[in-house]
Design a protein around this ligand. Structure first.
Ligand SMILES: [Zn+2]
Ligand SMILES: [Zn+2]
Length: 323
């Protein structure tokens, strides 16, 4: 049976340390004061642009619906492909489908597959230890987004990418993404496409070009920019919230938690204690009610013959699983 929830590690703190103080020091490899400007500017700029959502002229119900659907569709490039397929190799997809999902993931502007995979594997290796690139035990905001903004010699390092994501880099397409700005252009191209499709539909339906501009911009603002910000915070909440709040099925060496809210937003990634207990599993659903929609999608891909070597949770083979 899964072990009972472990007691929060705050209970183990020395009496002299208040729970408000950081429970973990920054990694030694952090270069204090050295901002990673490309990330800082991109993250800041997209957040500022998202404020355009408050302009009523830029709103359309279609844009809102496209945003909600887009959070799922594009988010699965990250959850299903970057995380479960590429990082943990919990199933094997045909090369064309895997690359298709990678292009979808690039439309989330969460970096290239090799970098994402290397940093996430590094996280698993050092989870909630000082070398963890994004432990929220340092500070909530550090684990959520701060770690992306400050140079870390361990994770902004070509040798780390080779060591932790050599398998990903063997694919010539993924290697090409590392050698230039193609991945940025893919993001820009999909944003332009959203605008142009909206422009054409708006003009065709209302018969005036300005209506096309309005509808195209509503799809751009809601369907691309607001959605990008939403997917960022949803992904980041796995690193922050799911290492702080929730319950544990298993005693792991870290503070990973099963967090139902994050699980809902990430369609299954929030069952993060289950994931840290059994990272190779394609399923985080270890109890019947821990719904893992990403797992169901991988199962569907398996049933139609598109996913092979799908790895089941260890708890099932041990006869303990209920999910
Ligand atoms: Zn984690
Ligand atoms: Zn993982």
């Amino acid at each position: 049976m899964p072990s009972p929830p472990s007691s929060p590690r705050t209970a183990d703190l020395p009496a002299t340390q208040s729970p408000a103080e950081p429970r973990l020091a920054l990694p030694d490899t952090i270069v204090r004061g050295q901002i990673v400007w490309p990330y800082a500017i991109a993250i800041g700029l997209v957040h500022v642009l998202a404020l355009a959502a408050f302009i009523p002229w830029l709103f359309s119900w279609t844009g809102l619906i496209v945003m909600v659907l887009g959070i799922h569709v594009f988010g699965q490039g990250i959850n299903l492909c970057y995380h479960r397929i590429l990082t943990h190799r919990s199933a094997v997809l045909p090369r064309w489908l895997e690359r298709f999902f990678v292009v979808i993931a690039l439309c989330c502007m969460e970096d290239t597959p090799a970098k994402w995979v290397a940093i996430h594997r590094y996280h698993h290796k050092h989870s909630d230890e000082q070398d963890d690139p994004h432990s929220p035990l340092v500070a909530f905001l550090w684990g959520h987004v701060g770690w992306l903004l400050v140079r870390n010699k361990a994770t902004h390092n070509i040798d780390t990418y080779r060591q932790f994501a050599g398998d990903v880099l063997r694919d010539p397409f993924y290697m090409r993404l590392e050698k230039g700005y193609l991945w940025v252009w893919i993001y820009v191209a999909h944003a332009v496409l959203f605008f142009l499709v909206g422009f054409a539909i708006g003009w065709a339906v209302h018969g005036v070009p300005m209506a096309g501009v309005q509808f195209g911009l509503s799809l751009l603002v809601w369907g691309v920019i607001v959605r990008t910000v939403a997917v960022w915070h949803i992904t980041w909440s796995v690193n922050s919230l799911s290492h702080m709040f929730g319950y544990s099925n298993y005693e792991t060496s870290d503070e990973s938690r099963n967090n139902w809210l994050v699980a809902l937003l990430t369609v299954g990634e929030g069952w993060h204690n289950n994931h840290h207990h059994d990272p190779a599993s394609a399923s985080n659903q270890h109890r019947w009610w821990e719904f893992d929609v990403t797992w169901w999608q991988i199962r569907m891909l398996e049933m139609v013959g598109l996913a092979k070597k799908v790895r089941r949770p260890k708890c099932l083979s041990e006869g303990h699983g209920e999910g």
